[in-house]
Structures are given as C-alpha cells and as structure tokens.
Design a protein around this ligand. Structure first.
Ligand SMILES: [Zn+2]
Length: 423
C-alpha cells in the first residue's frame, strides 16, 4: 500500500486517538482531607476496591487524591458525607482532560521519528516505548565513554528489559555505583522522561558532566515495566501494574509490592484486582526478578539506589515495609536535604519535602527501595516522588515536562556529586 504523506498523517492521527480504549469518561478525582488517624484508617478500607484508585495514599493531616469509577461515585460521596470528611472534586471528568492532552500532542508534537531516521531527542513530549529503545540503542553506540546496553530479562509479554551502564572505565564497579530505575509503575511517565534526560546529559553531554563520571559509575534501567508502559499508550493511560493475567477477572501484579524483602510484611487483605496486588509469591513476576537479579550483580558496590515514581513532590528513605528506621537514616536525611534544597530553589512546581517512608508517606511492603538495602547491600536508597500534574494527576501536562525533567536533573546531579565525594 502506497500512502501519500497527507494520508499517512491522517492514518496515524486517527489511530493515535482510536487506540485509547479506556476513556475515563465521567471518572472523577476527589481530593479528601484526613484530619484524624481514624479518618486515614476508614478511607484505607477502600484501598483494595477496584473501582477506587488511590493516586496518593491517605495520611494524617494530609490531602489525598482518589480516582473513582462513575458507578461508585454516589456511594463514595455518601460515605464521605456520612464520615464528615472535608473533600472537593479535583477533576470533574478525567476523560475530558485526557482528550485535551491528545489534541495538543497531535497539533504541536507530531513525532518526527516517523519521517526521518534520526533518533528522537524531543524532550518536550512523552516518548513511545519504541522511541525510548531507539534512543537507548543510539546511546549504546557512544565511542566517547563505555556505554553498554545490557538485557536484564524479559517481561511477561516477552519484551526486553534493559539497562545502560555508563562509565569512564571499561569495568563497571571500579567506582561507587549509582543505580537508578524508572517505570516500575507504568503510568508514571514523568519518571521515564526524567531518566531519559539524565541519560542524555551523561552520554551526549558528557563533557559538561565529567565530574559525574570521574568518580561514579552509573547503572540505569529506564523502563522496568515495558508491557505496562506500552499498555498506557494503547489501552489505559492510568495502568499501573504489569500485564500478567492473574485469574479470569484480574490482570497484573504491582511490581513494587512483589520484591522479596519485606514481601507482604503487613497482609492487609489485598486481592488480585487491587491496584497494589503483591503477587502470589515474592519475585513471581519476571520484571521483579529481572531487576532484583541485576541489582545483585552490583552487591556492596551499589552506593546509592534511586527509584523514580510520581507523584507527591516527596523524597522517601527506608524503610517502607515497617515503621523501623534504617541505621544510617541521618545520612539519608542529609542527602535528601541536599536534593530538596537545590531543587526547591528553582522549581516551577510544588516544592519538595522529604521523610521516612513508612512514617511520613505510607506503609508499603515488598518494595524495590527496601529490597536493594536488605538483599543487594546498597548503602543508600531513595525514592523520588516527582511533582504531580495539578488537576491532571498522573497525566503530568506535556507542555511542562521539559521544565520538570531539567530541574530533576539538577537534583540528580547533586546525588552524583555526593556519591563521588562520599564513597
Ligand atoms: Zn510509583
């Protein structure tokens, strides 16, 4: 079939719009304030209800955002009223906000990669899975540094899960290692883009960033959950888990509840349809196993682990599975403060705060940031919960993504300098 350029544009535009199957039409996002610990407990009774998706989990004296299916909204509002919760509707119709994003994308950011064989470097929009892999392949051909693409495993749908190692020395690990991943949760696209921009800076702009390479080796896994990421482009923008079918009704395990260390330490009645389903056993998921096995290759050389998530404008340090503190919590606080102070000076978004994960964020078991300490001997482990998209939640506005990833790099840069100076 021979397509003219005009027909090709129409064909691609039509397919781009048509491929989003879950419309989220009339889904609402509620902003609910928990004034007491009892409020938190009561609200959490919905945690495993498949019609309720906590975009941020409730905390004492905190406001949380909750996506609610139209079929459950009346019951949920009755519950909030009866429980005397302070709440407001943050997003009236989630489907509508998604349509406006798609429109912007088609109008202003048509992917140039379809028409040329040059690699995409447009950091003003989100990249598809293919674009990410093309870019990683391109970077791995660098002749200025040792940049290696390593296949660390395959996803349930048999996509490659890969890492890039970046070092000045041929052997990775002669210097302290900073290990960073993104995309454990499929829908958190701001994390993927932040890590891609980091790769751009480390490899393509290495001459400006030599101080980050002279004393540190970098190991980066940009898309831990490729099946989920692809699915967020084709079927469901807000998909979080992997794509392994669990039973006839439910698909997916939350990879960041599936790690062995602290797995199901607190069994809170999760079911296979839950957004945070931890899987039938630790490391039951190929994506979890790939990341866990790969971490082990750098055991004791791994000085700082960073996992990118969104959204909260918050830095967390271990542990998440219990209220206990890690022995070097003061060093974690010191490092978090450096990042937060630096980024908050320049941020255009909600300023960051930081704290102990279980106490100041929420209890979460079987997470990568605990596992890397407990089983891979990492010295420091930090989760970055990037700023959110305001009234768009996880769907961080594409028009602001470039600002976000640039200021995130300023913070990550501080992490690199810290590791180089302290280990
Ligand atoms: Zn996440």
């Amino acid at each position: 079939m021979c397509l003219t350029l005009r027909n090709l544009l129409i064909f691609l535009a039509f397919n781009f719009v048509a491929c989003f199957e879950k419309s989220y039409e009339n889904f609402k996002v509620y902003s609910v304030f928990c004034g007491t610990t009892q409020d938190v407990k009561t609200l959490l009774s919905f945690e495993h209800n498949p019609m309720i998706d906590f975009w941020s989990l409730p905390g004492f004296q905190k406001t949380t955002s909750i996506l609610v299916d139209p079929e459950f909204q009346e019951e949920f509002e009755n519950f909030l009223t009866y429980g005397k919760f302070n709440y407001e509707i943050l997003i009236e119709n989630v489907g509508k906000t998604m349509k406006s994003r798609t429109y912007n994308k088609l109008k202003f950011h048509f992917p140039i990669g379809n028409f040329t064989n040059t690699v995409n470097r447009d950091f003003s929009r989100y990249w598809t899975l293919t674009e990410i892999e093309d870019y990683v392949n391109f970077l791995s051909q660098s002749t200025s540094l040792y940049v290696r693409k390593v296949i660390i495993g395959k996803s349930y749908e048999e996509r490659d899960i890969y890492a890039l190692t970046i070092s000045l020395d041929e052997t990775v690990g002669n210097q302290p290692i900073l290990f960073i991943d993104s995309g454990i949760h499929a829908r958190e696209w701001a994390g993927h883009m932040s890590v891609l921009y980091l790769l751009y800076q480390l490899v393509e702009n290495y001459s400006e960033n030599l101080e980050l390479l002279e004393n540190v080796d970098w190991v980066v896994v940009p898309v831990v959950n490729p099946d989920g990421y692809e699915y967020t482009f084709t079927n469901d923008r807000f998909w979080r888990k992997n794509r392994r079918p669990i039973d006839e009704n439910c698909v997916g395990v939350d990879i960041n509840r599936n790690f062995r260390y602290g797995w199901k330490a607190a069994d809170n009645g999760t079911t296979p349809c839950s957004f945070t389903y931890p899987g039938p056993s630790p490391h039951s998921e190929p994506e979890t196993k790939a990341l866990a096995d790969f971490m082990l290759q750098f055991r004791y050389k791994l000085k700082l682990y960073v996992s990118m998530h969104s959204y909260a404008s918050f830095l967390l340090y271990p542990f998440s599975f219990d209220f206990i503190y890690i022995s070097n919590w003061k060093q974690h606080q010191e490092l978090c403060k450096i990042y937060v102070d630096t980024v908050n000076q320049i941020t255009k978004f909600e300023p960051y705060t930081f704290g102990h994960s279980a106490s100041e964020f929420y209890l979460a078991t079987g997470v990568s940031d605990d596992h890397v300490i407990g089983e891979a001997g990492a010295r420091l482990s930090i989760v970055i919960e990037l700023p959110g998209g305001g009234t768009r939640g996880f769907d961080f506005p594409e028009e602001n993504i470039e600002d976000l990833i640039k200021e995130t790099f300023v913070g990550l840069r501080q992490f690199g300098i810290y590791v180089g100076n302290n280990f």
